[in-house]
Ligand binder design. Structure first.
Ligand code: WT7
Length: 646
């Protein structure tokens, strides 16, 4: 198309991902992935079968192979003579720093693994990790992987309630947390949420031990016999640990994500295939050259992006990376660019919502730093609008850095659709094509693939891939139902709308289910609705994801109040609305707080009682309301709008 951006000859010449990868993968799909697995990963025992799909949709990759993920991310780099290479440049929010080499990382991971063993963690036990963005989060994940104890990282911004549900679902015996975290220049408590999650009404918690990093030195409640300080237990451990190799299909982690019901799904990943695709994509998509690049992925460890592109992919590749603890505007709005300049960051991977925020803050802020070290930029989490894409290239990428817009999901484990920076002519706003080894199609309502441009359909993946989820923890049926039933067992249904353009590029058009994307994070309407109705003032609630200039989408809630609360709303309107927003924050986490709570007399429903969110979305986005003929009571939308005008 008219304004695509071809890679420079210089970039192409040195790129890890070359055009012939497409031909290789096309010619021999399994051979291609077997080669990636053997080239990028060190196996203690080689595999004898690349893919076993006989139990579809439950895949087995690199069957018979044995490896240890932690050894692949740490020890083998030290053994190869790269122990003095920096693995992590840690930058605390308050300006404290730590430089951690691969040799340091090996010692820290060994000590942490030994500590977990002392706490009784064995192979197969689940460990919950609820930590801020500090190096201990990486040590903890790699220590779990080392022991074959699947970790379940819970984002530090989630509430005690959300943590409780996730601990219970995974039946975690140990929780690793911190006393608190620094956010916007201030300490915020964290361990208190763990205490509340464990001491939760009548059901008995599976948690036996809580390992606590001292980060903010604030006051904490202490439960003797259960709670253990990291600096007391971990620091006195031996700094070597003999790792055992695990089966390629040994569980590596569980990560919860929102689905279309109120109950989050424990997306479950295994070892060999996941590590292979995480390392491969970090190499060919981010074009990581571990000897020379300084890589920075700004995600939190609590999301899949932090798992695949802070911990497993880059560390398997021996990268030098930056980890930053805090928010982008603490203590000033140039903080990120100061960090890029300070460490000479060459690859930056971030989310469109951050880019749009920086656009709002002004061009002059990044302009006052030296960003010339940046050579590859990445985007993830939601579609990046062409305007933000161009701003990113111009004001962060010096007008020349390629941007890889990477489409993938918690479920896919690693990047699936993306440009290769040395190969693809970039089309702003489009994730473009499946990467080598991945196959996608777009289906119509009848489930037929089509290729006509501009027609809107459903994105599906047509072949298994190494880092695919192996299921939903404890719920085989939900796995089959959610991903493999809509278009039959041949197609993985991603839940995203998509279309092709004239050139065959894929454009992702957002979720087609009741899931919204707020700042690149998935939230379900059902989860927020059930949080709202758990408040005594609320009789009924409907939530939609409305377009939002900064966050992509934002939750907007429509609530019907109970009789006595309706009275209260008349008297003190705003206070009640605030209370409801805060209640959602407390139940799920601040990220889920509705942007607006609109009190309405009725909700639009079909004759069968299904809420028509499409119409509420029209209201939330200030559009004329669409077709109301299928409503049980067609006057409802009029009542809602009249009420809101008051
Ligand atoms: C959903 C997955 C991938 C890690 C972070 C989010 C949306 C993600 C893109 C992109 C358009 C995107 C999709 C997807 N999404 N990346 N580059 N272009 N949409 O992981 O929470 O599992 O969410 O995020 O809707 O299904 P997640």
């Amino acid at each position: 198309m008219s304004d695509s951006y071809a890679p420079s000859a210089e970039l192409t010449a040195q790129a890890n991902g070359q055009a012939d990868l497409f031909d290789q993968a096309e010619a021999d799909f399994e051979g291609f992935w077997a080669a990636q697995a053997r080239e990028r990963i060190t196996w203690s025992k080689d595999f004898d079968q690349t893919l076993d799909w006989s139990g579809a949709p439950f895949a087995k990759w690199f069957v018979g192979g044995e490896l240890n993920a932690s050894v692949n991310c740490v020890d083998r780099h030290v053994d190869a003579g790269n122990g003095e290479r920096v693995a992590i440049h840690f930058e605390g929010e308050g300006g404290d720093t730590r430089t951690i080499t691969y040799a340091d990382l090996q010692r820290e991971v060994a000590k942490t693994a030994n500590a977990l063993v002392e706490l009784g963690v064995g192979t197969g036990d689940r460990v919950a990790i609820y930590l801020p963005m500090i190096p201990e989060a990486v040590f903890a994940m790699l220590a779990c992987a080392r022991l074959g104890a699947p970790h379940s990282v819970v984002f530090g911004g989630f509430s005690a309630e959300a943590l409780h549900t996730r601990i219970a679902d995974a039946d975690a015996r140990v929780v690793i947390t911190a006393d608190g975290q620094f956010r916007r220049g201030k300490p915020a408590p964290l361990k208190a949420a763990v205490d509340a999650a464990i001491d939760h009404g009548d059901d008995e918690s599976p948690v036996e031990k809580v390992l606590v990093v001292q980060r903010t030195k604030g006051d904490v409640e202490w439960t003797e016999g259960r709670d253990v300080w990291w600096h007391e237990l971990v620091e006195r451990q031996a700094d070597t640990h003999e790792a055992q190799a695990f089966d390629s299909e040994h569980p590596l982690f569980i990560l919860y994500t929102s689905g279309t019901t109120g109950k989050p799904k424990g997306i479950f990943h295994t070892t060999g295939g996941y590590l292979t695709q995480a390392a491969y994509t970090n190499s060919v998509v981010h074009d990581l050259h571990p000897e020379t690049d300084v890589y920075w992925c700004t995600a939190d460890i609590g999301w899949v992006t932090g798992h695949s592109y802070i911990v497993y992919g880059p560390l398997a590749n021996g990268a030098t990376q930056v980890i930053y603890e805090g928010t982008p505007d603490t203590p000033h709005q140039g903080r990120w660019w100061e960090i890029v300049q300070k460490y000479g960051v060459s690859i930056l991977y971030t989310a469109p919502t951050a880019i749009r925020t920086f656009m709002k803050w002004g061009d002059d802020i990044p302009a006052s730093y030296d960003l010339s070290s940046l050579r590859v930029l990445g985007s993830v989490g939601e579609p990046i609008n062409p305007e933000a894409w161009r701003w990113y290239r111009e004001h962060i990428g010096g007008g020349s850095a390629p941007i890889v817009d990477t489409w993938w999901q918690t479920e896919t484990g690693a990047i699936m659709i993306s440009p290769l920076p040395g190969v693809t002519s970039l089309e702003p706003g489009s994730a473009q094509r499946p990467i080598p080894g991945i196959s996608a199609e777009i289906l119509d309502d009848e489930g037929k693939p089509f290729t006509e441009p501009e027609k809107v359909g459903y994105l599906v993946l047509t072949k298994p891939w190494p880092s695919m989820l192996r299921g939903i923890w404890g719920d085989e049926e939900r796995y089959k139902e959610t991903y493999w039933s809509r278009f039959g067992p041949k197609y993985y249904f991603a839940g995203d709308g998509a279309k092709y353009d004239e050139d065959g590029n894929i454009w992702l058009l957002g979720r087609v289910d009741d899931v919204m994307n707020v700042s690149g994070h998935r939230l379900s309407t059902a989860e927020i609705e059930s949080a709202l109705v758990s408040h005594p003032a609320v009789a009924e609630a409907a939530v939609v994801g409305a377009n939002d200039e900064t966050t992509g989408q934002a939750p907007v809630a429509f609530v019907i109040l109970r009789g006595d609360a309706a009275q209260r709303a008349e008297e003190e309107g705003d206070a009640l609305v605030q209370e409801l927003r805060n209640h959602v924050g407390k139940e799920i986490g601040p990220i889920a707080k509705p942007r607006q709570v609109l009190v309405v007399p009725e909700l639009p429903k079909t004759r069968s009682g299904k809420i028509m969110r499409r119409l509420l979305k029209d209201v939330a986005e200030n559009r004329e309301v669409g077709d109301v003929t299928t409503l049980a009571d067609s006057s409802v939308m009029g009542q809602i709008q009249d009420g809101l005008k008051k």
